[in-house]
Design a protein around this ligand. Structure first.
Ligand SMILES: Nc1ncnc2c1ncn2[C@@H]1O[C@H](COP(=O)(O)OP(=O)(O)O)[C@@H](O)[C@H]1O
Ligand SMILES: [Mg+2]
Length: 324
C-alpha cells in the first residue's frame, strides 16, 4: 500500500473512533479526489448530517447531488435502500413509500439486525457498479463515511452473515456481490482515522487487525489534528534551560518587545503544554509505525471558530500534496 494508489481504488471505507474527524477526513478525501478529475461520491450512511455544514449546502438526502465540481453527496438510509431494492428485484414500483416504509424496515431490522447494514452497504455497491450508457462507471471513486471502529466490522461483515443464513435467491446474490466488493483489494480499501492520543491509537491498532482478519485491505492511516511544530530547536532548547518568566520578559525587552512577566508565564506554560503534546505525538506516531506496515497520512490541526468549507479546502489540499 502506497499513498499514490489510494485514490485509484473504487471504494474507500473511512472509519475511526467517534470524534477523531472521520467525517471531516472522508469529506477531504472526496474533495481531493474530485479535484484530481475523478467523478467522486461521498456517502453518509448514518444520517448524522455531518456534511451539509462542511460543504455549506442544504441537508443531504437519498438523491445524489453535485456539491462541488465532480463531487456528488448522498445520505443513504435503510428505508430508501429497501424501497429501491424491492423495485429492482421484485418490480415493486407501485408499492407506495407508505406501504414499504418504516414498518417493513422495522420488521427487517428487528427480525435480523444485520439486514439494515446489508441494505446500506448494498446501496453503496449499487453505486460502485453503476454504469453510464456509454459503459463507463458512473463514479470513479466512492468515499464512505462508515460507522465508527467499534461497529465497522459488524457493518462490513453483515453481507457475509447473510450468506450463512440465506442459501439462494436474489438476496444471496446481492450479499455475495457486496462481499466480493469489500474483500477485493483492488476495489476497496479501509482508511482508519485517528488522532495522536492513547485511546484512539489503541483502537486503531485493534480495528486494523479486525479489518484485515475480515479480508479487507488496509489503506493508509490518516493521522488527524497533528499539532504543528511552532517553535524552532533553539527556542525549545531555551525552554529546557528552565528560564524563569522574569528572565524571558527581560530577554524580550532587550529584543525590543514589550512583555510583562505575567505574559511570559503564559507563554512558558503554553510552550510546556506544546512540548508535552509533541513528545506524546512522536511516541504514538512511533507506535503506529511499529505495529502497522501502512503509510501515515498526517493532517494538521486547524484553528478557527467554525470548521467550514475553507478548513475543508485546506485539508483536501494537504491530501492532494501527499497522494499526487
Ligand atoms: N484537522 C482538524 N482541525 C481542527 N478541527 C478538526 C479537524 N478535524 C476535525 N475537526 C473537528 O473535530 C470535530 C469532530 O470531527 P468529525 O469529522 O465530525 O468527527 P467524527 O466524524 O469522527 O465524529 C468537528 O467539530 C470538526 O470540526
Ligand atoms: Mg462523523
Amino acid at each position: 500500500m502506497t499513498l499514490d494508489t489510494l485514490l485509484s481504488h473504487r471504494l474507500l471505507v473511512v472509519t475511526g473512533k467517534g470524534g477523531v474527524g472521520k467525517s471531516t477526513t472522508a469529506a477531504a478525501l472526496a474533495l481531493a479526489s474530485a479535484r484530481g478529475g475523478r467523478r467522486t461520491a461521498l456517502v453518509e450512511v448514518e444520517g448524522r448530517q455531518a456534511f451539509a455544514s462542511l460543504f455549506d449546502t442544504p441537508p443531504w438526502d437519498f438523491e445524489e447531488r453535485e456539491v462541488r465540481p465532480g463531487l456528488f453527496g448522498v445520505s443513504v438510509d435503510a428505508e430508501d435502500s429497501l424501497q429501491e431494492y424491492l423495485e429492482l428485484f421484485y418490480g415493486a414500483k407501485r408499492l407506495s413509500r407508505f406501504v414499504v416504509g418504516s414498518t417493513a424496515v422495522e420488521f427487517a431490522t428487528t427480525a435480523a439486525p444485520g439486514i439494515k447494514d446489508v441494505l446500506l452497504i448494498g446501496k453503496v455497491k449499487e453505486m460502485e457498479r453503476r454504469r453510464e450508457p456509454d459503459g463507463r462507471f458512473t463514479y470513479d471513486l466512492i468515499v464512505l463515511d462508515a460507522p465508527p471502529t467499534g461497529r465497522v466490522v459488524a457493518f462490513l461483515r453483515a453481507p457475509e452473515a447473510t450468506l450463512e443464513l440465506v442459501t439462494m435467491g436474489p438476496i444471496r446474490q446481492q450479499a455475495r456481490s457486496v462481499v466480493d466488493m469489500v474483500t477485493d483489494h483492488e476495489r476497496t480499501c479501509a482508511v482508519p482515522v485517528t488522532v495522536l492520543e492513547d485511546l484512539p491509537v489503541t483502537e486503531t491498532l485493534e480495528g486494523a487487525a479486525a479489518l484485515r482478519a475480515l479480508g479487507v485491505a488496509l489503506g493508509p492511516v490518516v493521522v488527524n489534528r497533528v499539532l504543528p511544530e511552532r517553535v524552532d530547536a533553539e527556542a525549545r532548547a531555551a525552554l529546557v534551560e528552565g528560564l524563569s518568566p522574569q528572565a524571558v520578559a527581560d530577554r524580550a525587552q532587550r529584543a525590543g518587545a514589550a512583555l510583562e512577566p505575567d505574559g511570559a508565564r503564559l507563554l512558558l506554560a503554553q510552550a510546556e503544554a506544546d512540548r508535552a503534546r509533541l513528545a506524546l505525538q512522536a511516541e504514538l506516531r512511533e507506535r503506529l509505525h511499529e505495529h502497522l506496515d501502512v503509510p501515515l497520512l498526517e493532517l494538521p490541526e486547524r484553528y478557527g471558530t467554525r470548521f467550514g468549507p475553507q478548513e475543508l479546502d485546506t485539508l483536501a489540499r494537504a491530501i492532494e500534496e501527499r497522494v499526487a
